[in-house]
Design a protein around this ligand. Structure first.
Ligand code: GLU
Length: 464
């Protein structure tokens, strides 16, 4: 049975790269009817925080990346790692090191030419072990090269002479990343490790541990980094990098899933819009590229827009209302109105959040008219005369449906023997403040008589 895992450290928000790793691991397991587990690598107590843990879990849930069984925490497995470290000592594959070191880090990195702990007679080791002298456990790196067979890359050979005897258990009794990850992946029966290629350099150490512990070596897939537009590793300099940002700014989880899926993977026919079902049908390790992918914020926006167009109007309205509530401008008696507004603007927005600025001419009592728009469309005497007529016609309309409003205004156009645009353009500017808006009859209908008359009056007064 295929078993994959996502193993984030709760030291930051879920990064887009992490989300993609989780997605690929999840897709691969789900596609093969295998299992996907979530393991929190929180042995670094100083850097880990519950705030980040919660946000990672929330982000995964929002994306719909669900895991099997309980969430594992490395901090609860400390005794297990100790037991295996001791096993390695018993089998002569690891040893206690008592070399003094200032900081824990230095001890880990310590050049070993001047460490001779490995040669201490066992009686001396026993004595020091029982003393208060801080000690770490080092793995004895075998003098043989190791090969990494990555499923999407060339085979890589690592020479062991570049790797010194590394620490597996620190002086505070906590396992190092390379050790804990091997024990956990083996005990949790992980068959495929899918992770970022920043971990390639850790892999030889991990492979040595697998061998020393006689564990079955899993298959590896190292994913290329996600880059920004300048081909440097994606970071805050390029824009938002956390899933939380996208969640809070009107993106849809499925759009983000779709876009992330294509950062380093493609279908044979380069399909761009892929539902979760499509992904579950089509995902394969073969489609993973060795080349780094570039996160294109505009394309992400475009893709989100595609998903918004496909969204049911009820759902769109609910999300719109959530934003109105956040901005404290929601009026509970107006749900139907909000729904009409959302429907009218659905094809004009790329994120739900964009609905707010795009519909402010409807939501706000008054508007500012853009100067250019006023100069182009509201400056002639004739226009003002026409607007006065429009005002009278609209004031008399009792049926304020967009269909009826259209009929009313078409009658006026016929009566005045003018072109439709001589009414529509100035009216649009007077009512919305800009030269671009959805259909003018819908706009009049949604504004309602009071706002429409007030805005026309303002334009007429301005000209006097
Ligand atoms: N905790 C590691 C990280 O967040 C996981 C590495 C791995 O997948 O082996 O990078």
């Amino acid at each position: 049975m295929i078993r994959t895992r996502f193993a984030p450290s709760p030291t930051g928000y879920l990064h887009l790269g992490g989300a993609r790793t989780a997605l690929y691991s999840w897709l691969y397991a789900r596609k093969q009817h295998g299992e996907f587990i979530l393991r929190i690598e929180d042995t670094d107590a100083k850097r880990s925080s519950p705030k980040y843990l919660n946000s990672i879990i929330e982000s995964l849930e929002w994306l719909g990346i669900n895991w099997d069984g309980e969430v594992y925490f490395q901090s609860k497995r400390i005794e297990i790692y100790k037991e295996y470290a001791k096993k390695l000592i018993s089998s002569g594959r690891a040893y206690y090191c008592f070399c003094p070191a200032k900081g824990e880090e230095r001890k880990e990195e310590k050049e070993l030419e001047n460490c001779s702990c490995i040669n201490l007679p066992s009686s001396k080791t026993k004595e020091l072990e029982n003393s208060n002298i801080p000690k770490v456990i080092r793995f004895k790196v075998p003098k043989e090269s190791v090969k990494l067979y990555d499923l999407v890359r060339e085979e890589i050979t690592f020479q062991s002479d570049t790797i010194s005897d590394f620490v597996i258990l620190k002086s505070d009794g906590i396992a190092t990343y390379n050790f804990a990850v091997v024990i956990d992946d083996a005990l949790m029966k992980i068959t495929h490790i899918i992770r970022g290629d920043d971990h390639i350099s850790n892999t030889p150490r991990q492979l040595m541990l697998y061998k020393a512990l006689d564990f079955k070596i899993p298959k590896y897939v190292h994913l290329s980094m996600i880059l920004g537009s300048d081909r440097k590793r994606l970071s805050k300099r390029h824009g938002a990098t956390s899933v939380t940002y996208f969640k809070e700014n009107g993106y849809l989880p499925q759009a983000l899933i779709n876009y992330l899926s294509l950062l380093g993977w493609s279908t044979s026919d380069s399909q761009q819009i892929l539902s979760k079902e499509d992904l579950l049908n089509k995902f394969s390790l073969k489609g993973i590229s060795k080349n780094p992918a570039i996160f294109d914020y505009d394309k992400m926006l475009w893709m989100n827009g595609q998903y918004i167009r496909k969204m049911g109007i009820k759902e769109l309205t609910n999300r719109f209302i959530d934003y109105l509530k956040k901005e404290k401008i929601y009026l509970s008696s107006k749900d139907k109105w909000y729904q009409e507004i959302a429907a009218l603007h659905q094809s004009r927005i790329r994120t739900i959040r964009e609905l707010l600025p795009q519909t402010s001419y409807l939501l706000n009592k008054d508007i500012e008219i853009e100067e250019d728009a006023a100069n182009s469309y509201l400056n002639s005497k004739k226009t003002i005369e026409i607007l006065k007529e429009v005002r009278e016609f609209i004031a008399l309309a009792s049926d304020f449906s967009s269909n009826n409003l259209e009929e009313v205004l078409r009658n006026l156009i016929a009566k005045l023997k003018i072109e439709a645009k001589e009414i529509i353009h100035p009216l649009r500017v007077a009512l919305t403040g800009t030269t671009a808006s959805p259909g003018i009859f819908e706009v009049i209908h949604l504004l309602g008589k009071e706002k429409v008359l007030r805005r026309i009056d303002k334009v007429i007064q301005r000209s006097e």
